[in-house]
Design a protein around this ligand. Sequence first.
Ligand code: ZN
Length: 390
Amino acid sequence: MIVRKGFKYRIYPNQEQQRKLAVQFGHARYIYNWGLGQSQDKYPGYNHLAKQLPILKKTSETTWLKEAHSQVLQQSLKDLDRAFQNFFAKRGGYPHFKSKRAKQSARYPQPKESWIAPDGRRIQLSKVGHVRLVLHRPLEGVMKNVTVSRTRSGRYFVSIQVEIEMATPIFAGGAVGLDLGLREFATLSTGEKIAPPQYYRKAQKKRRRLARQLSRKKLGGHNHEKARLRLARLDEKISNQRRDFHHKLSRMLVEENQFIGLEDLNVRGMLANHHLAKSIGDAGWSAFVTMLGYKGEWYGCQVEKVSRWYPSSKTCSVCGTKMEAMPLNVRIWQCPMCGTVHDRDVNAAINILKQSTAGAVENNAWGQSVRPSTDGYAGRTRKPTRFSGW
Ligand SMILES: [Zn+2]
């Protein structure tokens, strides 16, 4: 099985290279925004926009576009195309214009192995030069594209996407249902509870102080820039910790199970509820669910979603009785029909598992029966600790 994987490394361009990278970023951003501007009435499609690139380079106001690697510009239109496709498929919002102040990036397609020096200490980027690189873990597979980025705090990275042959997965472990929530990040149908990451909330106090300091500095001044950098670095740290948590947990779940059922969450709708927004932003479910999806493919674990309208909390997982209502503050309840006492979230997770396996039998890729298991880790709370990369 051939899968796509990403490897991310920090790079240290010198001042000259930083200047050249700024040109690539700027031109990539210009083309993205230009393409978006051309799409105000109707998105004309990638091919239509790409055909105009050579014309733009000859137009007197935009001849400077020649300074950019031509494929970087095409990739920028590809990014725009993906943003539109996501929007059409309702996976994302309408594409935004890219700002000079946000994270910057440019992608090179079709890189060659020779781009990375044999000693692994430099990477050759077209129109930029040989940039110092720290290869903190070996690169595997065949390189497909390279994205260079600059974070808001001024750090530079390359993300190298590769195609890699993975061993045919061995199906191990059982099936598990997940109830994603705020009180617990996830409750498993086994009764296990995974505590939510609290980095953001813990860092909130510090973040408020830094934001206040920033607001007191004069715009454009040296101290303003210093304060802005401190804040950007904290934000990056928080998002790295969160991503790390998602990677560890998703890997643990797909390794231990051959089937995962979860709810199709309406995160966007929930974010509109301002009260919940901070916790949900903190939890980052949609990024986590995306990871479960692609890692499930790597490890041979089927991931199925059940409709968000399925009443997983209100239904007794033992006898199927559906309650009229189940207010959010009810954590433990007893079924009036069969007398079972339920932990709200565990009951929901069991229902999600049952419902998702019911819908998944016919497209069960490996033809084995999927059996819900409810024994094992009941009542334990743990953090994902076993981790050896992703
Ligand atoms: Zn019951």
